[in-house]
Design a protein. Sequence first.
Length: 274
Amino acid sequence: MTTRNYSLTEENRKEYAGIYVLEYMINEPKAFDVFLKKNDEDLEPILMWLLVKKYVELKDDAKYIPSAKGRECLERFLARYSEYLTMYDVFCAVDLTAGEFAFTKYFDFEDNGEWRACLGESRWEDLRIAVADFKRLNPVEIVFMSFIAEGRFGRDHTGWQFDLLLGSVWDDILNICNTALHGEDLGYEDDEGEVSGKDVLTDVIVQGTNLMLQLLEQEQNMAPPIDHHSNGSADDDEHEYVERVEHIHNPPTYYEPYRDPFYISPIWLALWLI
């Protein structure tokens, strides 16, 4: 298995932690007092980073609130995140021997628990990092997005504020990136000769993309759609300082260019931080 040496600087962690806190502030919504209390004190370096970048601002010198620039940043990130969930999450569970994807069963389950149990079957290989590397995307960002989707960054346990910047979750992300399967690990030799890892991965991407386009067509005919990624709900008691940012739901035709395995959407080429 190929090993890599991905790393995260303190600035990188602040960027990712910052977008997570920003989403909380805008979509919950949530305003933080300048004089942070108890566990919220651990958010101070993140909130200060957001303030310096002008993604948040001070209201009456008493509260951190999101800014219009912060909302634009979150809008770009969530557009990227939505596209990840739509076109890249399919590669999280692939049976390379049988040539099958767990997502063929995506609509067979009524709740998240059953779906998670399916994903936990030992036959599946996670090829998201291999696909990200093939597409020249940032594997760390891909795993960060997968952790959000899986609820690994949660606000329902004591001390989440500390974990967000300094917890072991960042080591977990790097460990996944550094030990995941890559394209060159997928090559094999059979009676007809050698098959390169690149050829295997290209075929996997084509199959996975076609599957997702079929599922998107199927989802259009379902009401309401099944949401395996729903996390939390808005708190109506908080004042909205900027408008909430919703996930993007593009029609299936938007994703047609993905049929080319070498296609990279412009949304991945643009920066979400400005």
